[in-house]
Write a protein that binds this ligand. Structure first.
Ligand SMILES: Cc1cc2nc3c(=O)[nH]c(=O)nc-3n(C[C@H](O)[C@H](O)[C@H](O)COP(=O)(O)OP(=O)(O)OC[C@H]3O[C@@H](n4cnc5c(N)ncnc54)[C@H](O)[C@@H]3O)c2cc1C
Ligand SMILES: *[C@@H]1O[C@H](CO)[C@@H](O)[C@H](O)[C@H]1NC(C)=O
Ligand SMILES: *[C@@H]1O[C@H](CO)[C@@H](O)[C@H](O)[C@H]1NC(C)=O
Ligand SMILES: *[C@@H]1O[C@H](CO)[C@@H](O)[C@H](O)[C@H]1NC(C)=O
Length: 502
């Protein structure tokens, strides 16, 4: 009896919750007549295709009322003008759909503006810039530009989308050399809240450009990026897998604190070893065919279990990792915290990793451990070389500087398969960052007392953050950026859309 009532309740709520409001349906209709042939409803092929193209498969369940796929910037402007007339209609903007946060590039019962059909990359040889539209993936863009021997600062995993990556910062193999991806944007073609198509560039709108670099989707819909291009040839790189815990973490510690060569980069990922203990999967990258001896410090003395490093085209390097957005059929969440390098605490990474293993293990057993959250965390060096390169290009909203002590960005990725584990999986990641935050003051204080130079400004990295984290609020110049946002969005139009808010 109870279960019948429950079932009825669930059905009832499913029906009620899943129903778009009449004004949402009116908005869909108005958009359909403004951009004929480009708006789709559940049941239409393009709707199904767009709605299933999320890295986090759980987002497909949100089901927008309609999906519009504009191909031209004036169409985007039209759509924005129409949405202004429907003040209670929710909407979201999607490029690649790789942001795993519900409601960012996805929207339940609202209007989804999908930019997947606005694709194109063009190299301007005379100006040494690239014009890039927001649809598509990094692998295609990097391969296309490689024909001209150039590249832009972009994704490390080929399947990642362009628009969100660029709007939310963008950490690249090339970041120690040139800064973050957003630092390369010299001009934005952006549809503002009132439907105006604006060209926002470093000469005329310096402050706005800085606010928008890593500021997310709250300034407008960018339909074209102009980015600085750089030469690229064959590179040295690939994955090495290590098993020796202490020596591998020691090598990581030295690299985070002492990276000298801006052409080098690593991503350090840990995952549980099915045979017990952990595996340390490290992506190595060097912009050149042969890194000088010592570039990767103690890593060079370690013997990997598996070694896939080789000289290869840059486009092959970004395509090697398991990446396909359609191939992944897991529910997933990111969560991130930016942490200071503590010279006197080389064991910190190991402590953090052990805690993460404990948090996830203690709550899962048997079969659940196989289908439940997988614990992978990544330690991403975020050192002064990146700050220096960023400053040289006018800076971004994270406001990192060359004079800052080294930091690293911890990224927690949870993968799970069952909807009923959503809360639990997100809770594990939250428990880890809370545990770190609790001890942060103490361990930083201890390190300072020992004479370490410890970074105390620790902005979150938007591209790796969980929706509830106050990313914009962690920026030093939050108040200034908030005013800049209000300047181009006086009515708070974008606050209705998903994404990290101001
Ligand atoms: C496998 C994997 C690897 C990754 N590797 C990296 C990495 O190496 N470095 C890194 O920095 N990040 C990385 N990320 C994170 C990634 O950069 C973000 O998920 C990013 O948001 C993806 O871009 P997208 O276009 O797919 O975003 P979407 O999910 O489409 O959008 C994300 C957000 O940006 C907004 N947005 C999208 N396009 C526009 C636009 N044109 N104008 C205004 N707002 C827009 C959306 O509204 C949404 O709020 C990785 C993610 C995955 C899943
Ligand atoms: C992990 O759990 C074990 C057993 O419950 C405990 O002995 C150990 O101290 C824990 N480690 C951390 C880092 O919390
Ligand atoms: C985020 O942080 C800023 C700056 O500290 C604060 O003003 C704002 O209220 C915070 N927002 C939320 C939602 O907590
Ligand atoms: C649209 O908004 C921008 C930024 O606030 C403003 O400069 C512009 O004048 C507005 N255009 C119209 C037509 O109101």
């Amino acid at each position: 009896m109870r279960s019948v009532t429950l079932l009825a309740l669930q059905l009832w709520s499913a029906v009620v919750v899943a129903a778009p409001t009449p004004s949402t349906l009116d908005a869909c209709k108005a958009i359909q007549s403004a951009v004929p042939g480009k708006l789709f409803y559940p049941g239409d092929g393009p709707y199904k295709q767009e709605n299933s193209d999320y890295y986090n498969i759980g987002l497909s369940e949100l089901m927008p009322a309609c999906i519009v796929r504009p191909t031209l910037t004036p169409e985007v402007a039209e759509i924005v003008k129409i949405l202004n007339k429907f003040a209670d209609v929710k909407f979201a903007v999607k490029s690649g759909g790789h942001d795993p946060n519900a409601g960012h590039s996805s929207v339940r019962d609202g209007v989804l503006i999908a930019l997947s059909q606005m694709k194109g990359v063009e190299y301007d040889k005379a100006k040494k810039v690239v014009y890039l539209k927001p649809g598509g993936q990094w692998s295609g863009v990097i391969k296309e530009l490689e024909k001209d021997g150039v590249t832009i600062v972009g994704g490390r995993i080929g399947a990642v989308g362009l628009g969100g990556y660029l709007m939310q910062g963008g950490l690249s193999y090339l970041s120690s050399q040139y800064g973050m991806a957003a630092d390369q944007i010299v001009e934005y073609e952006t549809v503002l809240a009132n439907g105006t198509i604006a060209h926002i560039n470093q000469q005329t709108n310096k402050d706005l450009v800085v606010a928008m670099r890593g500021g997310g989707d709250q300034f407008g819909i960018t339909t074209k990026f102009t980015l600085t291009a750089y030469p690229i040839g064959k590179i040295w790189g690939g994955i090495r897998i290590f098993t020796q815990r202490d020596p591998t973490f020691a090598a990581l510690h030295d690299f985070i604190g002492g990276q000298k060569d801006p052409k080098a980069a690593i991503i350090f990922t840990t995952m549980s070893n099915p045979l017990g203990g952990s595996l340390f999967l490290v992506f190595f990258f060097y912009d050149g065919e042969k890194p000088p001896a010592g570039t990767f410090g103690k890593f060079e003395q370690l013997r990997p279990l598996i070694d896939m490093v080789k000289v290869q085209p840059y486009s092959d390097m970004v395509s090697l990792a398991p990446s396909s957005s359609t191939g992944v059929t897991m529910r997933t969440a990111f969560r991130s915290i930016t942490l200071p390098y503590l010279a006197s605490r080389p064991g910190w990474y190991s402590e953090i990793e052990a805690k993460w293993a404990n948090i996830t293990k203690s709550k899962l057993s048997g079969l659940a451990a196989l289908t439940g959250p997988q614990h992978t965390i990544a330690f991403q060096p975020f050192g002064p070389l990146i700050g220096r390169a960023s400053e040289a290009r006018g800076g971004n909203s994270m406001g990192i500087k060359g004079s800052d002590p080294p930091r690293f960005i911890l990224e927690i990725t949870s993968l799970w398969s069952d909807k009923k584990d959503d809360e639990a999986a997100q809770g594990y990641a939250r428990a880890l960052t809370e545990w770190i935050e609790q001890q942060l003051k103490e361990v930083s204080g201890q390190a300072s007392a020992k004479g370490d130079k410890v970074a105390d400004y620790l902005p979150y990295f938007m591209n790796d953050a969980f929706a509830e984290q106050n990313v914009t609020g962690s920026y030093r110049d939050y108040e200034r950026f908030k005013r800049a946002k209000a300047g181009v969005d006086p009515s708070g139009f974008w606050t209705r859309a998903g994404g990290f808010k101001y």
